[in-house]
Ligand binder design. Structure first.
Ligand code: GRF
Length: 195
């Protein structure tokens, strides 16, 4: 079995990244995690990746004269790792057209809502404010619109009396850690392809 080479983009904690790294340790998993890139050098996930022997890189956009130049270097970094698939895992930047066009169909993201509901920031609070009784998470292809690409898989969690954004986020995160490895497995194995 030839395993797909995966690069992960993070900005922070990296718990979804860690779930992907753990899943990829199974000998029959169709993907291997070959590199983790962060736009924040202080992202705790970088040290976790390094502790698993995975290549890491971090670059701040502020060090570049333009967003396009920063994103060109991101693409070069991912290509230096010979990446087939890019997984966004809490990567807190909106990317420009050149980057998206380059990786279109090979790039997936996890968002903590039942898309198309509650795109963008603070999705848990958005769900609570809407009076929703259920919430969840989605893995989707990344396209030009934020949180808009075709959904691959979703998982639901209940909203319980007394929930606040923090308790709901914690319950949703447990579902995220199961969902993301399964969605990556489907893409890496060829069970699904970009529409
Ligand atoms: C997760 O809830 C993810 O769905 C969202 O940002 C959060 C990142 O958490 N996009 P972590 O860095 O994976 O722990």
């Amino acid at each position: 079995m030839s395993r797909k080479r995966v690069g992960i983009l993070i900005s922070g904690r990296g718990s979804n990244m860690q779930a992907l790294i753990e899943a990829a340790k199974a000998p029959d998993y169709p993907a291997e995690i070959v590199g983790v890139f962060s736009n924040r050098a202080a992202a705790p996930g970088l040290a976790i990746a390094a502790s698993h022997g995975i290549a890491t890189a971090s670059l701040a956009q502020s060090k570049f004269p333009s967003r396009d130049m920063f994103e060109d270097v991101m693409t070069q970094t991912l290509e230096s790792w010979d990446v087939d698939i890019v997984c966004f895992a809490g990567f807190m930047r909106i990317l420009g057209n050149d980057f998206i066009d380059h990786w279109l169909g090979r790039m997936i993201n996890i968002h903590p809502s039942l898309l198309p509901l509650y795109k963008g920031l603070h999705p848990h609070q958005q769900a609570l404010d809407a009076g929703a009784v259920e919430h969840g998470c989605s893995v989707h292809f990344v396209t030009h619109g934020m949180d808009e690409g075709p959904v691959i898989l979703q998982a639901k969690v209940p909203i319980l009396p007394g929930d606040d954004a923090e308790t709901l986020a914690a319950r949703t995160l447990i579902a995220e850690h199961r969902l993301y490895p399964e969605a990556l497995r489907m893409l890496a194995s060829g069970e699904i392809t970009a529409p």
